[in-house]
Ligand binder design. Structure first.
Ligand code: SF4
Length: 322
């Protein structure tokens, strides 16, 4: 009985600590798919850019850098939360929309503190925009890699300048390409987010062609393929209402994804299991490319017989459970 009470007390304590660590993020905060099993260390809240037309991930929250005192206090809470883990945590993620915007000096200090509290730390990942990477010199990127920064998650979204400009991404194809090259040169691995449907019907062909050629010259260890979702608070909503932006149907975005996949020649992982996608598939490229294409074709064939609703239903059922 005493053991049960102790367990219940610990559960309450961990719940309270988690609330103290992550409470400021509000209803949810976004974690890169490739890093969902990491220990997440808050260092920034929201995104320093916050102007992408399609984005409402930050729920209107202003950007804020946590102070080193706050980061230390959170690391101490995380130490308590994880002190009874069977294996000491090894993978870490700096939480926030684009923590790589922080100065190199601050990132290095944070890395050092993470390692002090969690000596088994193998790497530290975070979301990054291309311009966050490009503001750092190659020497700084080298130092960051040596300090443990690895497996960054780049929000590339598209290789088409027209699409990036329309969606007010704030960086173009050249910046995305340069950021990936800089990370390659520094030996920092990265995954790349790609968003299907981002150009709508009008820009779809350019979106596919530009993204395929951009990716074929890059070396992301994984492509996180997601589908455009119209967030209620995103400015894109007004463009849709004004019929200026022609949204693609789920079926059209699946065909767009198929077309993109068919043009890829790089070695990476195609991970389209994100819940925004109509038909989730994942596999290694180039080994599994034909298999993935055949699976998508079979799904398209099934949907063409009028079964799209079933796929949509499954997708929304999963939405609530993930
Ligand atoms: S999509 Fe990423 S970079 Fe753009 S506003 Fe949202 S969090 Fe910031």
């Amino acid at each position: 009985m005493a053991d049960m009470e102790q367990d219940a007390e610990r559960i309450r304590k961990i719940r309270r600590l988690k609330n103290e660590v992550y409470g400021e993020y509000g209803f949810f905060y976004y974690v890169p798919m490739a890093e969902s099993y990491t220990v997440q260390v808050p260092v920034t809240v929201s995104c320093s850019y916050r102007r992408c037309l399609y984005c409402d991930l930050n729920q209107g929250m202003p950007f804020r850098e946590l102070s080193l005192d706050e980061i230390n206090a959170n690391l101490e809470r995380l130490r308590v939360i994880h002190e009874k883990d069977i294996r000491p945590p090894r993978r870490f993620l700096l939480a926030g929309g684009n923590p790589f915007v922080l100065s190199t000096e601050k990132l290095l200090t944070v890395a050092e503190r993470v390692r002090t509290v969690f000596p088994a730390c193998e790497y530290i990942s975070c979301f990054a925009r291309a311009d966050d990477v490009l503001r750092k010199t190659s020497a700084e990127l080298d130092t960051l890699r040596q300090a443990g920064f690895d497996r960054l998650c780049l929000g590339i979204e598209s290789g088409s300048d027209c699409v990036l400009r329309y969606q007010e991404k704030g960086v173009g194809r050249a910046e995305n390409a340069a950021a990936m090259s800089a990370l390659d040169a520094a030996g920092i691995r990265y995954s790349a987010y790609i968003m299907l449907g981002l150009g709508g019907r009008d820009l779809s062909a350019g979106h596919v062609a530009g993204t395929a050629s951009l990716l074929n010259a890059a070396h992301p260890f994984e492509l996180t393929v997601v589908t455009l979702v119209l967030f209620r608070g995103a400015r894109l909503v007004e463009r849709v209402r004004a019929r200026e932006f022609q949204r693609m149907t789920s079926l059209e975005t699946l065909r767009e994804g198929r077309e993109l996949l068919s043009r890829l020649t790089l070695s990476t992982v195609w991970n389209a299991t994100h819940k925004t996608n109509l038909f989730p598939v994942k596999g290694k490229l180039p080994e599994h490319k034909d298999l993935l294409l055949r699976r998508i074709d079979a799904a398209l064939e099934e949907m063409s017989r009028g079964d799209v609703k079933q796929f949509e239903l499954r997708r929304w059922q999963n939405w609530g459970t993930e």
